[in-house]
Design a binder for this molecule. Structure first.
Ligand code: GAL
Length: 404
């Protein structure tokens, strides 16, 4: 073959390759949202790993996910880890062995679960961090949760308003407050605290608020949240920590308790009743009479648990931050459906860093439930309206107080 023929063939080959790749790119270009890992199909098994059955919300989350995923044409298998990180790792391994092609994980311990999801990822699984971010690993594809700081913001604003801190509250004599943060192994907890502390700190600086236990001072920063964390969000643990606070409070009045979760709030209330039986929800704290030693403090919460509803109805708790978890299950299902349809899900919020990866993130909006709503707040019956609890359960919740 002479040089001319060779050159001609080369031109033909180059032109054909260019044509082929142009066709290829036009196929890709016509659906810019095509996924790079179309490993999931309708009919595939989705593994769901939830932290515990002991907390009301995770039962509702689990049931919603199973219902939505089945409706969307997937098969499901769900495991509850009894709040044990090692059991959760086993659960995830078992779900993958059972053939799950995607894993939805609400982590017990966001860091400890890393190796199990890495193992799932190595088998080609899609990994979705559900409500709680999975930390320090690249093996997380997506994160769906509620706006985390908003929880703390709503709680702090309730305290600021009820204690009249923007007015004269605490200006002649500091008001006593106890502060709690969530579990030390849950990446959500520092965000909840930050939302609240950024708003409450100025009142520590001005001297209007004081924590008699000394755990929180005007020099406390967002990063110090573990000093007041409640491991595993545990009610009994919260009660113990509140007992220590009540010893320091002694016979002084108590204006407020920042609690990030309804079960922690209940532990706090039980402790108050034991240490100071004179305090009763029938005499709520009033900014116009801040020296009343028997006044019941303003106590916040989260999750709209049945106990939260009861305590709000009977005045023992001021509010709860309610997450309509049906929306979270919908969002998770829609992400997996899009992947199965060979589309790339587009997250709506800034990616959140887990230390190893900026994870595509969806932040949903929570609601604040109170007894007598104003403005954006909602009443307690809202939970029935969105299907979180039944009317029957609601009637049970509002039947009798837990704390008198
Ligand atoms: C958090 C979650 C809260 C609450 C808490 C205790 O991670 O965001 O809504 O459920 O755990 O279960």
């Amino acid at each position: 073959m002479n040089f001319k023929k060779l050159a001609k063939m080369a031109v033909i080959i180059i032109a054909s390759v260019a044509l082929l790749s142009a066709c290829g790119s036009s196929t890709r270009g016509s659906s810019a949202s095509k996924s790079t890992s179309p490993s999931l199909k309708k009919g595939d098994l989705i593994g769901i790993s939830m932290p515990t059955k002991a907390d009301q919300r995770w039962n509702v989350d689990g049931a919603n996910l199973v219902k939505d995923l089945k409706k969307a044409g997937f098969k499901t298998k769900i495991e509850y880890a009894n709040n044990s990180p090692s059991q959760q790792s086993n659960d995830i391994n078992n779900l993958v062995s059972a053939g799950a092609k995607a894993i939805i994980v609400a982590a017990v311990d966001g860091t400890a679960v890393g190796p199990a999801v890495e193992q799932a990822k190595s088998q080609g699984d899609i990994v979705i961090a559900y409500d709680r971010l999975i930390m320090n690993t690249k093996a997380v594809d997506y994160y769906v949760t509620f706006d985390l700081e908003r929880t703390g913001i709503l709680e702090a604003n309730t305290i600021i308003n009820k204690l009249d801190l923007k007015g004269n509250g605490g200006k002649t004599k500091p008001l006593n407050i106890a502060l709690f943060a969530g579990s030390d192994d849950d990446n959500n907890a520092p965000y909840f605290f930050k939302g609240a502390w950024d708003l409450l700190k100025p009142y520590f600086e001005s001297g209007q608020l004081v924590d008699p236990s000394g755990l929180v001072t005007k020099d406390t920063t967002d990063a110090d949240w573990k000093k007041i964390s409640v491991h595993a969000w545990d009610q009994n643990q919260a009660q113990k920590q509140m007992d220590a606070f009540m010893t320091k409070l002694s016979q002084k009045p108590l204006a407020a308790v920042l609690s990030p979760y309804d079960a922690i709030s209940l532990g706090v209330m039980k402790s108050i009743k034991n240490a100071r039986p004179d305090m009763s929800p029938s005499t709520p704290f009033s900014a116009s009479n801040p020296d009343n030693k028997s006044a019941w403090p303003v106590i916040t919460g989260q999750d709209g648990m049945d106990i939260g509803i009861t305590n709000i109805k009977f005045g023992a708790q001021a509010q709860t931050v309610f997450k309509n978890v049906a929306l979270l299950a919908n969002k998770t299902t829609s992400i997996l459906t899009q992947i199965a349809d060979d589309k790339k899900p587009k997250s709506t919020d800034a990616p959140m860093s887990n230390g190893k990866k900026d994870v595509p993130t969806w932040l949903l909006k929570s609601d604040e439930l109170v007894k007598n709503p104003t403005g954006d707040q909602k009443g307690l019956h809202y939970e029935v309206e969105v299907g979180f609890i039944t009317e029957k359960q609601y009637q049970k919740d509002i039947a009798a107080p837990i704390i008198k």
